[in-house]
Ligand binder design. Structure first.
Ligand code: HEM
Ligand code: HEM
Length: 158
């Protein structure tokens, strides 16, 4: 679940910002539809991931890591969950008139009113900034623990 979400979120973040610099309207449309479709798969899997996170047994604390640092890591992980949920929900609610999932199936969205969808777009935009920042912090922590403190933190996730 972690690696599926990590790769899809990294892709959607990069592709979401890449939309600002794509001029070709056909390519823009393909990237936009692909982004929304991949994110829709995550939207469906997100509750499963949350239930799994609540019922699974967590791995043991890493030896040599202080309590404060452990608590900070847990806090950042929780933040990643909240922000992912907010980005997914706001993304879905900001789309007016629905969209074609992978260009094949029509998915209806609840709001057509531009005032409401613009409001959700603002939330999506700021939540994406916060998510991108938290992911950068998370990846910096992984690099630090894996290669500087040499705690083999990546092996814990495989
Ligand atoms: C290539 C990039 C990434 C690497 C190498 C990576 C690596 C890791 C590692 C090693 C852990 C375990 C930390 C521990 O044992 O205490 C972890 C946990 C976690 N990561 Fe990542 N991560 C990456 C990207 C992401 C992204 C993009 C997200 C999404 C927002 C994310 C969300 C989480 C969360 C929520 C946890 C807590 C454990 C869980 O509930 O799944 N990671 N990550
Ligand atoms: C993993 C979750 C998601 C991530 C990381 C993500 C990321 C992004 C980013 C970075 C942007 C550009 C924001 C800006 O202009 O400042 C964006 C725009 C947008 N997102 Fe998301 N998004 C996610 C989920 C969704 C979902 C579920 C939908 C709808 C089904 C969606 C629909 C849109 C739309 C319509 C835009 C405006 C550009 C476009 O037409 O593609 N997003 N997203």
């Amino acid at each position: 679940m972690h690696w599926l979400f990590a790769s899809a979120i990294l892709y959607t973040l990069v592709a979401g910002y890449a939309l600002h610099i794509i001029d070709d309207s056909h390519l823009w449309h393909i990237v936009s539809i692909t982004n929304m479709s991949i994110a829709t798969v995550l939207l469906v899997l997100f509750p499963v991931r949350c239930v799994w996170a609540a019922i699974r047994t967590s791995p043991a604390e890493i030896a040599g890591v202080s309590r404060a640092q452990g608590a900070l890591a847990k806090c950042t992980h929780k933040m990643l969950y909240y922000l992912t949920g907010l980005v997914l929900v706001s993304g879905f609610l900001m789309v007016p008139h629905g969209y074609l999932l992978f260009g094949l199936w029509y998915i209806e969205t609840p709001f057509d009113d531009e005032v409401i969808t613009q409001h959700w777009f603002d939330i999506h935009r700021y939540a994406c900034y916060a998510l991108a920042g938290s992911v950068a912090l998370h990846m910096a922590a992984v690099v630090k623990h894996q290669w500087i403190s040499k705690t083999n933190v990546v092996q814990r996730m495989t």
